[in-house]
Design a protein around this ligand. Sequence first.
Ligand code: ATP
Length: 468
Amino acid sequence: MDPIQLWNAIKEDLRKTTSEFSFATFIDSLTPVAVVENENNTVTLQLTSNHEDVANEWQGDTSSYRESFIQSAMMATMSLNGQPTFVLPSVTYIEPQPTQLNFSSEQATTTSNETDDASALASNFITKATLNPEFRFDTFVSSDENREAYSVAQAVADNPGTQWNPLLIYGGVGLGKTHLMQSIGNAVLERSPEAKVKFITTEDFINDFTEALRRGPKATEAFKREYRSTDLLMVDDVQFLAGKEKIQEEFFNTFNAITRENNQIVLTSDKLPKEIPGLEMRLVTRFGQGYSANITKPDLPTRVAILRNKSEQENLNIPNDVIDEIAAAVDTNVRDLEGVFNQVVGKMRFSKAPITVETARAILETMSFKRQRAITVPIIQDTVATYFDVTVSDLNGKKRNKEIVVPRQIAMYLARELTQDSLPQIGRTFGGKDHTTVMHSTEKIEKQIAEDEQLQRQVGEIREKLRN
Ligand SMILES: Nc1ncnc2c1ncn2[C@@H]1O[C@H](COP(=O)(O)OP(=O)(O)OP(=O)(O)O)[C@@H](O)[C@H]1O
């Protein structure tokens, strides 16, 4: 039985029976891994999700009632007596939140030593997220897009609390910021197992502090001791501090206490602190006082290298053409790349069939990834020439009449916008023109587009044609 087909049918039923919100949040982001036929005439549908939050939700205590929806839909659509199970996706690494113990102040006052008392209190409610052992420097593929961040992270791991403090790693979602940050933690712990290393998300920090305040002064004191006494504090996604004044104040104090002792702080964020609206200036300056390293989207060769590396590490024999197909289609971020890869591996494992480019394509389509056609200067020239009913030789030639000059300038403008080619490279492709001609044409169209609606529409239509 094809898991994709089965899941699509079930989804159609669930779309009618669940609210739009629940469908979008909990159902639509799931992907089928396999259908296992059991001995007792039941089937198990294995599902997974690349979204960490959704995955955590499905692993949590409240998931069973949602699972029963899927079970009913399996019965209704396919007359299948089935059991959905959730396959842990490889992106879910953070340990579930610790069980909240019932703390009472009477209990705490029975401990004599104040520090022990504070530690005992802290352990009752403070998040103990552990490091993912797979997030190490040797499992991280270093490339142009992350080399600076990789090198400075290694320097911090070698000499924490010295020069680069805090280290801030920033960039878009799923690009490896957490991986790199935790690599520092794992490296420090490997060298000094007794070091007090703490990794948390900003949300953990907020929750812990709010809970400490709710529990009263002793818990608040325990919170401060716990956080401020770390040798290495790693906080993920500090952009979520935005707009939370009281939390920012506590964070500021925690930050100062740790750096004053020459202990190390590592932060990640989706953007530079000065670009985070609602982040107080004193934090903006503190966060920027060490080193800020950017990670950007991986290009095609890096994506291929990441998948090859993963395939090797997991001893999988994924053919190169399959890897190339996935890498070419998934250009959003590494998390998505891994999501498709895991799906392919799941398919290979559960269907016990060798994986081919065709299977990979089918999976990519189900997951809404389409191989992007690379836009090159010749493709742009061809599209522009057809649009204006002129020839590519006209564009590359020397004719100065308006009917040719405008399409030529538009083609140069789009070549600048849609390709990585330099001005001289573009000039060469246009029949050996000088780079200043390309620059002049680009600037001219840029200026005119703002005033001329017809030109704006024409450029828009050509851009559309190129992207489809
Ligand atoms: N260069 C890389 N080499 C190997 N694996 C990578 C690389 N970059 C990212 N990954 C993998 O991609 C996944 C997503 O990375 P990570 O969680 O570190 O992203 P992030 O930037 O912290 O995302 P977010 O902003 O959503 O928290 C992880 O499984 C990570 O191991």
